[in-house]
Design a protein around this ligand. Structure first.
Ligand SMILES: [Zn+2]
Length: 342
C-alpha cells in the first residue's frame, strides 16, 4: 500500500523530513499517541520513504515515496528485504522473544539495496518481558543505517529502559475539523447511500477522535453493538438487569473494544461532573449516560475507572473473560449504589 500522510499528520511529517535532511534522525524512534489515528501507517510510510530510490537520489525534491521505483514496488508487495514488520501473529497476541531475536539477526545482515534497513514493532506494548529484554540489547548496539520504530498507544506499558533508548515522537489526537471531513470522504466513497452524519460523528466520538478506528467501526456497523452494550450497562446500573446475565452477553462480544468503550463512557461521566453543559453524545432512546451520571458520584466513577484499567490489563492476559466481567460489573454496582453512604 502506498499512501500520503493523513491531513492531521502533515506538520509532523514535515518535521521528520527536516530531521532526515538534517541527518538528525536517531536509530530508534518511539511513536506514541491515541488509537486509530494512523501512527502505524505513518511509520510504514517513513520507512518506505527512506528506502525509496527516487527519494534517495534527490531528497530535496521529494516528500513522499515515489510509488514506482523498484523499492516502492517491493514495498507495495510487502516483500522488500530491507523492511521488516514485527507484529503479533494474530490480533490480541503477544510479540515473542523469538520474533525479537529474528529481528536482531535481520539487523545483523547487510542492507540488501544499500539504503539501510527499517524495522517497525507494533504494537510495541505487546512485547512480553523476554522480548522486551531481548530488544534492549538490540537498541544498545545499533547497526549503521538501521531505523527501528516502536509504535504504541500505551508507552507506560513499555520498560523505562526501552523508552529511554528511543526518541519519542508524540502524535496528537486529530482535531475534529481535520478528522470529520476525512472520515466523511472515506466512508461515503463506498457507502454513498448511508449519508447519516449523526452516525459518522457518533463513531468518531466512540473512537475517541481516532478517524481510522471510527472508519472501522462504520465498516463493522458497530453502532448496533454499541447501543446494545450501552443499554445493558444503563439497565444494569438502574437495577433492571443482573450482572451475571450482562457479563455473559458481554463476554461473547469484542471485549477489547468493549473495555475501551467503558473507559470512554466513564471518562465522559467524570467530565460531566466538572462541566454539566456537555452534549448528550452517548444515548439510545430513553437510555442516556448523561442522565445516568447524575445518579452516580464522582468518587465512584474514579474508582470504577481504576477497576476498568485493571480489568483491561487482565483481559489482555487472557484470563476467564466472563468471570472478569462479572467481577467488574459487581464492583460497579457496589460503587454506583453507595452514594448515599459516602
Ligand atoms: Zn520509490
Amino acid at each position: 500500500m502506498m499512501f500520503k500522510p493523513y491531513p492531521w499528520h502533515e506538520p509532523l511529517w514535515q518535521q521528520l523530513l527536516a530531521r532526515i535532511r538534517g541527518g538528525t534522525l536517531p536509530h530508534a524512534l518511539l511513536f506514541t499517541g491515541g488509537n486509530g489515528i494512523g501512527k502505524r501507517d505513518f511509520a510504514i510510510q517513513l520507512g518506505q520513504l527512506l528506502l525509496c530510490e527516487t527519494y534517495q537520489a534527490d531528497p530535496a525534491a521529494h516528500t513522499i515515496p515515489c510509488g514506482h521505483c523498484q523499492a516502492c514496488a517491493l514495498n507495495k508487495a510487502a516483500t522488500h528485504p530491507d523492511f521488516k514488520m514485527v507484529e503479533p501473529e494474530s490480533a490480541g497476541k503477544i510479540i515473542s522473544v523469538d520474533q525479537i531475536r529474528e529481528l536482531a539477526a535481520y539487523l545483523g545482515l547487510k542492507s540488501h539495496y544499500g539504503l539501510g534497513q527499517v524495522a517497525i514493532i507494533h504494537p510495541a506494548e505487546k512485547m512480553n518481558k523476554f522480548a522486551a529484554n531481548s530488544l534492549l540489547k538490540t537498541l544498545e548496539e545499533p547497526t549503521a543505517d538501521s531505523l527501528i520504530i516502536l509504535v504504541t498507544s500505551q508507552p507506560s506499558a513499555l520498560l523505562p529502559t526501552i523508552r529511554s533508548r528511543c526518541q519519542q515522537v508524540v502524535f496528537q489526537q486529530p482535531a475534529e475539523d481535520d478528522a470529520l471531513p476525512w472520515l466523511r470522504e472515506n466512508w461515503l466513497r463506498d457507502n454513498a447511500a448511508r449519508r447519516d452524519d449523526a452516525d459518522i460523528r457518533a463513531m468518531l466520538h466512540l473512537a475517541n477522535g481516532g478517524p481510522l478506528e471510527a472508519l472501522s467501526y462504520l465498516h463493522n456497523n458497530s453502532r448496533t453493538l454499541v447501543e446494545a452494550l450501552l443499554k445493558s450497562f444503563i439497565n444494569l446500573t438502574l437495577g433492571h438487569a443482573d450482572p451475571v446475565t450482562v457479563a455473559k452477553a458481554w463476554a461473547e462480544t469484542d471485549v477489547g473494544s468493549l473495555s475501551k468503550w467503558l473507559i470512554l463512557w466513564t471518562c465522559y461521566m467524570i467530565r460531566l461532573k466538572y462541566d454539566a453543559q456537555q452534549p448528550d453524545i452517548y444515548s439510545v432512546g430513553e437510555h442516556s449516560l448523561k442522565k445516568l451520571a447524575t445518579a452516580v458520584d464522582l468518587v465512584a466513577l474514579f474508582r470504577f475507572l481504576d477497576k476498568l484499567t485493571e480489568t483491561r490489563r487482565l483481559l489482555d492476559s487472557q484470563a476467564n473473560t466472563q468471570l472478569l466481567l462479572e467481577d467488574l460489573l459487581i464492583s460497579w454496582l457496589q460503587l454506583s449504589s453507595n452514594r448515599s453512604k459516602q
